[in-house]
Design a protein around this ligand. Structure first.
Ligand code: FES
Length: 339
């Protein structure tokens, strides 16, 4: 039986039980004690915490996320570090009340009910859960790849009101364990799968006064689709712009769905853009299209999801258009070597 340690989270006055082989973040989220986090894979550094008392195992915490100096200063990555003793830790990021509802991390079982090709090398996967999962629009779940003992992250594309039926958009990675080896090959409708969630802190949950620009590349559209549905249903923003970038027409999907939303909601604007194929819509890199549409983004907020290069380009473009950095929220595709 694995040993259990007690971990005190400074500033929350919370004590949680953590298994010796369980990350501090995993235990905290399961105990419904919110800690800042994003990638849960050791790549973003959002989950850094200070170990005030006790000893942790850093495992493979990457040097580019947690430097030798930071380790020497007693910092650790909450999503990787496991306890070697009872601990007292203090999160570096804001773990307090940020006005956003948080839901506990749980394990789920479900059945694949839809599996369809929606764009080039892109599938829509819908899973009917045995028990409902509460989550915020923009969050993700980890699907456990059968027989490999690894998990892969996919954002929910459905609105959070649909807690039993989760929609994911999956892009094929050639040779990838989860995509090439499973979702695009052996997976069938009716298959039982295991997953855990919700995870991540990318969301637009509270009513805001400023217009929002959503920019997605490829399947980066998934969390934005969830956010769009919630924002429109709950009237969260005065004006909402959705940009979806692809290279060719075959890369775009759910075009008619968003056009129909545009017809229904006058304050919603949908702008798909292609960078490599002539068509009757916007042409060019999606960030250039945004730049062309706005002479100033002052007072607006942005939500970005896609490949890191697209997200970086979008951040630069929005700052050039005078958007405040604190109002730019980003979700990069996880850096998993074999997606
Ligand atoms: Fe821990 Fe990203 S490094 S959540």
């Amino acid at each position: 039986m694995s040993e259990k340690y007690s971990v005190r989270i400074q500033g929350k006055n919370a004590d949680i039980a953590v298994e010796e082989n369980q990350s501090i973040l995993d235990a905290a989220l399961r105990a419904n004690e919110w800690l800042p986090h994003s990638c849960t894979q050791g790549t973003c550094g959002t989950c850094k915490l200070k170990v005030l008392c006790g000893e942790v195992d850093h495992h493979q915490s990457p040097e580019y996320t947690l430097t030798a100096e930071e380790r020497a200063d007693g910092l650790a990555l909450g999503c990787i570090a496991t306890p070697r003793s009872n601990l007292t830790v203090e999160p570096l990021g804001n773990a307090g009340d940020d006005g956003v509802p948080h839901y506990p991390l749980r394990d789920y079982e479900g059945t694949v009910v839809v599996l369809e090709d929606i764009a080039a090398n892109t599938r829509r996967l819908v899973v009917e859960l045995d028990t409902p999962m509460a989550f915020n629009a923009g969050q993700y779940a980890e699907l456990l790849v059968p027989e490999h003992g690894v998990a892969r992250q996919y954002s929910m594309a459905n609105p959070p009101t649909e807690t039993r039926r989760l929609e994911f958009h999956v892009k094929l990675t050639v040779g990838g364990l989860s995509t090439d080896g499973w979702i695009f090959s052996s997976m069938v409708v009716g298959e039982r799968i295991s997953l855990r969630g919700p995870l991540g802190q990318f969301n637009l949950v509270n009513k805001q006064d400023e217009p929002a620009i959503l920019i997605g590349g490829g399947t980066g559209l998934a969390p934005l689709k969830s956010i769009v549905q919630q924002a429109l249903a709950e009237d969260l923003v005065p004006e909402l712009f959705l940009y979806h970038g692809g290279r060719r027409r075959e890369d775009l999907y759910d075009v008619e769905y968003f056009r129909e939303l545009e017809r229904r909601y006058l304050h919603f604007h949908y702008r798909p853009a292609l960078s490599e194929e002539q068509w009757d819509g916007a042409m060019g890199l999606v960030t250039d299209v945004v730049i062309g549409d706005f002479s100033s983004c002052k007072g607006m907020s942005a939500y970005l999801c896609g490949p890191p290069a697209m997200v970086e380009a979008a951040v630069k473009a929005l700052k050039r258009r005078r958007m405040a950095p604190r109002l730019i929220f980003r979700e990069e595709f996880a850096i998993t070597p074999a997606a």
